[in-house]
Design a protein. Sequence first.
Length: 297
Amino acid sequence: ATPTAVMVGTGVGASQGILIKGGQALENTHKVNCVVFDKTGTLTIGKPVVVNTKLLTNMVLREFYELVAAAEVNSEHPLAKAIVEYAKKLRDDENPIWPEARDFVSIAGHGVKAMVRNKEILVGNKSLMEDHNVALPIDAEEMLAEAEAMAQTGIIVSINREVVGVLAVSDPLKPAAQEVISILKSMKIRSIMVTGDNWGTANSIAREVGIETVIAEAKPDQKAEKVKDLQASGCRVAMVGDGINDSPALVAADVGMAIGAGTDIAIEAADIVLMKSNLEDVITAIDLSRKTFSRIR
Ligand code: ADP
Ligand code: MG
């Protein structure tokens, strides 16, 4: 393609809300034959809501959520926000004062830990519980399996290393997700999903959206590793993500595409920014690049 064609291509992109950071980014895009999607906030809406709670002690719901919210209010994670929102609704109070949390720690990809009312509260996934030697009662296991089968994320809560409840959070697919995957398939482009979420939930979401290859329980550097593995097996990879935890993978990919509504760090790490946050624009960007680079040769 001539420099003029590249300029026209990036200009057309910009006019459609697809910010292409330079000619190389546009050029790399037409060779893409694998697209790696982050799950949360990329394939899914990214605004999870609490849909179910199972208490395993005689604690009442309000009291349970007060403790959980006290710990989670310190976290920026979308799951934490969902939990705090739900706790507010239960209190029927937009600005509640939660009990004080001390020694708050956020454990990336696992959950949170804090001291509330002199008790240690853990909120997170199975790995978080395993790492703290918290045994999972059979009721909790069942609730987790049930949630995962319905593509929900199960979150475990323990007080002083004893499981007191499990809650389920739902984050539905974006309306366009299935169609985007099926159009990519028709373009001979393979779709792969990577997520920090657990295998059960990840597989359910992947089945729903029509993706066959799934990598779950992946830490940020493992997301980037997966991109490199695919490259080593002959894939030209576009990575699509929205979160801080996607930025190493966005950098590792041949083309990093950030969802515009995502975090600044992801936007910075990306080669292309989908300003309108539409998943369809992954296809628009590839089409645009193919038109710019394939036709003229
Ligand atoms: P994703 O790649 O889907 O954005 P993360 O790597 O951020 O996922 O998190 C992976 C998993 O760790 C979550 O699905 C959840 O089970 C657990 N987790 C992380 N942060 C929190 C939190 N603040 N509260 C509860 N669970 C959490
Ligand atoms: Mg995400």
